[in-house]
Design a protein around this ligand. Structure first.
Ligand SMILES: C[S@@+](CC[C@H](N)C(=O)[O-])C[C@H]1O[C@@H](n2cnc3c(N)ncnc32)[C@H](O)[C@@H]1O
Length: 221
């Protein structure tokens, strides 16, 4: 009991600080699955500001919760990814998380969306966040438009039509570089996809259960 109290005392201040965020500017966003991280620079602060405003004003549509977004950023930056491909842009919030890493790795994001209004909102979010030059939005049905992709992919993120995950995987896996990652969101909705990535010996898959649930698959060397 005594030990538990000591632990709580140790972690409570850090937790409260994390909830307040950068210079007290960001509040906890429990409603959107986790809190925003502390900003280490004005660039990060600008992106986090656009994320916070989007959630506050409702410029959202089925976007990743903060916990998942933070994981997207973490994996992108840790892997020093140069080319991220996302299927399902929506209003660009997961794209902003990728860009937080890509502006440091010198990389870029290619993201696919068939809803023109959501694509326009995403474009505006990328502009406000100062990362528009890192992003190419490809409009149209991704099952058609992904055939334009020719360059190696460091991270592939699947977050569009759930029935399409298997098609996206089969067609884009050859472009994912060895040691690259395939991330898939809302894994509880895609059992056949999960079966494929957990039974292929060339792949290694673990599940991230916070937020919307995401599989993290390594294309082995
Ligand atoms: C779950 S939302 C994406 C959320 C986004 N990744 C985020 O977290 O900010 C899915 C998006 O995929 C788009 N979508 C669904 N099927 C698609 C398709 N075949 N081609 C392109 N976009 C598609 C939808 O219009 C929707 O905006």
């Amino acid at each position: 009991m005594k030990r538990r109290c000591v632990l709580l005392a140790l972690f409570a201040p850090a937790g409260a600080w994390a909830q307040r965020g950068f210079r007290g500017g960001f509040r906890s966003a429990g409603a959107v699955g986790g809190s925003l991280p502390l900003a280490a620079s004005d660039q990060e602060k600008r992106i986090l500001g656009v994320l916070e405003e989007a959630w506050r004003t409702g410029a959202t549509y089925a976007n990743v919760p903060h916990a998942d977004g933070r994981m997207l950023r973490l994996l992108t930056e840790a892997g020093r990814a140069k080319h991220v491909v996302e299927i399902g842009t929506s209003t660009g919030l997961s794209g902003l998380w990728f860009c937080m890493a890509l502006q440091k790795t010198g990389g870029r994001l290619t993201t696919f969306e068939y809803d023109a209004r959501r694509a326009a909102t995403a474009r505006e979010h990328f502009r406000k966040a100062g990362v528009a030059e890192l992003v190419t939005i490809v409009e149209g049905d991704a099952h058609q438009t992904i055939s334009r992709l020719k360059e190696p992919i460091d991270i592939l993120f699947l977050d569009a039509d759930k029935d399409g995950y298997v098609d996206y995987l089969n067609r884009l896996l050859p472009l994912v570089r060895p040691a690259g990652l395939i991330l898939a969101h809302n894994i509880d909705m895609v059992p056949e996809y999960l079966r494929l990535v957990t039974t292929n010996p060339a792949l290694e898959t673990q599940l991230f259960r916070e937020g919307g649930g995401m599989s993290i698959t390594l294309k082995k060397l």
